[in-house]
Design a protein around this ligand. Structure first.
Ligand SMILES: [Fe+2]
Ligand SMILES: [Fe+2]
Length: 300
């Protein structure tokens, strides 16, 4: 009986189709976006250096977005690291609460054309929260970075500010990708439904733990609660396990140190119809990286 119900449920069938690996090449009317989950410190950058150029080539990717809030030693970004991410093939770098960790970077974050901080910080915060950039064929792609408020700083409403910004970008292009940097799964899923049929994709970041709920929402928005982390597997969300365990054990603050070891690459690939802006498929990526590409970094 349960099987019969499954067979009659279109969304279940659609879900099943969308979880299968996408074909290596996409149709010409599709725009394929590679999203890279929070790149954490040097091991994450090594995984990014190894995987991003390869995936762009092998999967025929048109546009790449990566969350870089932890790229510099787990805390923020630097100009040099932004340059490297762009060199690996990242078109737009998104971020989150850790974007503010390095004052020397924050001071001129506005000079980076394709680096975002969450849009819904109050007026006066440096940087910008959205951008329209061109894919490799000259098609316009809108990208918006939002941040949640549950168990996080009490900034402006991501639902109201986010929806207004999606509607504004949709005047320019039907293709709008949202990175929702938030802690609570319910807040993230709710935003997905709030933007369903407006945004092409809503993909969550921040927890560094990938969820297995990728799907196309009823009105055509690709959704994933959290894309995970591109960083060391044997770590506590990127930091050394011994330091994290000690903090929980004795409640004494200790400085987090980035873990070293074998990383994994996490993210998602989304196919979007270039005319309607609706997503046709989303595939979750979670790839062990045994070696990693070169990253003669200037930071941890
Ligand atoms: Fe993060
Ligand atoms: Fe975060």
């Amino acid at each position: 009986m349960g099987l019969a119900l499954h067979r009659s449920d279109n969304r279940v069938l659609q879900y099943g189709r969308n979880t299968a690996p996408l074909p290596p090449t996409r149709g010409t009317y599709l725009l394929r976006i590679l999203f890279v989950a929070d790149i954490y410190a040097r091991p994450g950058r090594r995984a990014a250096a190894e995987c991003i150029p390869r995936l762009i080539q092998e999967r025929d990717v048109d546009f790449c977005i990566a969350n870089g809030e932890n790229a510099a030693g787990g805390f923020g970004m630097t100009d040099n690291i932004i340059r490297k991410l762009h060199a690996y093939g990242v078109d737009v770098v998104t971020s989150g609460n850790h974007v503010w960790n390095r004052p020397e970077f924050v001071r001129h974050i506005g000079q980076h054309d394709r680096v975002l901080r969450p849009l819904n910080y109050p007026e006066g915060a440096p940087g910008k929260g959205s951008v329209i950039a061109e894919d490799r064929s000259g098609r316009q792609v809108g990208v918006i970075n939002l941040q949640g408020r549950t168990f996080m700083p009490d900034i402006d409403c991501p639902f109201q500010r986010g929806r207004a910004e999606v509607e504004r970008l949709c005047q320019e292009t039907p293709i709008v990708f949202v990175d929702f940097h938030a802690e609570a799964t319910a807040e993230k899923i709710a935003l997905g439904f709030h933007l369903d049929g407006l945004a092409s994709a809503v993909v969550g970041t921040h927890t560094h733990v990938q969820t297995a709920d990728e799907r196309i929402l009823p009105a055509g928005t690709a959704f994933l609660t959290d894309a995970g982390m591109t960083g060391v597997r044997d770590s506590v969300i990127g930091t050394r396990a011994d330091v994290a365990v000690g903090r929980f054990l004795n409640q004494v603050p200790a400085r987090f140190k980035p873990a070293d070891g074998i990383p994994w690459f996490s993210g998602a690939v989304v196919d979007i119809d270039e005319h309607s802006g609706r997503a046709s498929a989303i595939e979750r990526l979670h790839i062990p990286v045994e070696s990693g590409g070169a990253d003669a970094g200037d930071e941890d």
